[in-house]
Design a protein around this ligand. Structure first.
Ligand code: KIV
Ligand code: ZN
Length: 392
């Protein structure tokens, strides 16, 4: 196992950086702040707020989140280049706890065709990048992009140099979602045994879902010593997405005796956070999506319903309550009152103040007059109108 003082899995949420890079998921700064607030309530350990050097908007979003977030550490991504690192440091300046996350590719295919660098040059650039980042921030993470397709011995040398330069988190991305669980887990075991100074650092996994194995790969990494998992709400991210945060958290919790290590996430906030992301991005989740899909706790077949009525554990391995899915089937319509609306909005992750609630209630009533039933998506749009107004 890598060097960890307390044994728990740190949840590094990259919804606002890697997730936001996916088509249809880009967010404005006020929208990113809404999600950052939800992530703080969820209790993630690190919020990756963006890539500060990418654009003035990205810089502003990282800075705004750094200014506001209290609890989670706020990370900003940077290539191993002076300008990127200085922009990340400047954006993180107001953070209570900041992290500069530097990366460079280590696979031969990326070195030859993207970076046009030799292995030795990339190793030197990695060490120099970490060293420069450490001049601005005492918490530096280093990622070896395309690690899972890199030569493990070379990867161990790059990580050893990163630790020597001051990195304290080493991230092993499966950038193109190529790995399979046995192989990815074995890579973590190999790195635990071959990286010099590994007792000073935490190993981190970061998986993409091109072969549908991002969550399985992340769990294999945890079994082999990873104590940070990088993931996104609803699994949004480049191409097929990143490992889904809610699935990892609930797998570690539901199968606690098997994994023997958990997270600090408040699981009751999983569903509300998921819904807020859907409301902000408009990017829907599949009905049958694990944990937070509409059907995740629905039972239709007669045999299943019969079993459930006798004992829920016959067909339910998790309680919907544990992930913040309310059991109540209360239908909101024109006869519903302000309290019912406020309750439902809270379940959906929106805590509105008195005046925002009054306005939301007025919108709700006029909509309820036109529709038989007001759905969660309608309520989310109404609530978002109010929080959007608050943020100006
Ligand atoms: O997938 C990847 O390699 C990344 C790194 C920048 C961490 O997102
Ligand atoms: Zn990624």
């Amino acid at each position: 196992m890598s060097g960890v003082s307390e044994d728990f899995v740190r949840i590094f949420d990259t919804t606002l950086r890697d997730g936001e890079q996916s088509p249809g998921c880009s967010m404005t700064t006020p929208q990113k702040l809404t999600i950052a607030r939800a992530l703080s309530e969820l209790g993630v350990d690190v919020i990756e707020a963006g890539f500060a050097a990418a654009s003035p908007d990205d810089f502003a979003a990282v800075q705004a989140i750094a200014r506001e977030a209290r609890g989670p550490r706020v990370a900003a991504l940077a290539r191993c280049q002076r300008n990127d690192i200085e922009r990340a440091a400047a954006a993180l300046e107001p953070a209570e706890k900041g992290r500069i996350h530097v990366f460079i590719a280590t696979s031969d295919i990326h070195l030859a065709h993207k970076l046009r660098m030799s292995r030795a040059e990339a190793l030197d650039a990695a060490a120099a990048g970490v060293e420069l980042a450490r001049q601005y921030c005492d918490d530096v993470e280093f990622s070896a992009e395309d690690a899972s397709r890199s030569d493990p011995a070379y990867l161990a040398d790059v990580f050893s140099a990163a630790i020597e330069a001051g990195a304290r988190t080493l991230n092993v991305p499966d950038t193109v979602g190529y790995a399979v669980p046995e192989e990815y887990g074995a890579l973590f075991k190999y790195l635990s045994e071959h990286v010099r100074g590994i007792e000073k650092a935490i190993l981190s996994c970061h998986c993409h879902d091109d072969l549908g194995m991002a969550v399985a790969n992340s769990l294999a990494a945890v079994q082999n010593g990873a104590r940070q998992v990088e993931c996104t709400i609803n699994g949004i991210g480049e191409r097929a997405g990143n490992a889904a945060l809610e699935e990892i958290v609930m797998a570690l919790r539901t199968r606690a005796p098997f994994y023997g290590v958990g997270t600090r996430v408040n699981t009751k906030r999983l569903y509300p956070t998921s819904r807020q992301l859907v409301a902000v991005t408009g990017s829907a989740v599949a009905r049958n999506k694990a944990i937070i899909g509409e059907n995740a706790f629905a039972h239709e077949s007669g045999i299943h319903q019969h079993g459930m009525l006798r004992n829920r554990e016959t067909y339910e391995i998790m309680s919907p309550d544990d992930v913040g899915v309310s059991r109540s089937q209360l239908v909101l319509g024109k006869h519903s009152g302000r309290a019912a609306l406020s309750d439902r909005l809270r379940e959906l992750g929106f805590a509105l103040d008195e005046s925002a609630l009054n306005q939301a209630f007025a919108h709700f009533k006029s909509l309820a007059d036109k529709k038989k039933e007001v759905f969660d998506a309608d309520l989310e749009a109404i609530a978002l109108g109010q929080t959007g107004n608050e943020q100006g």
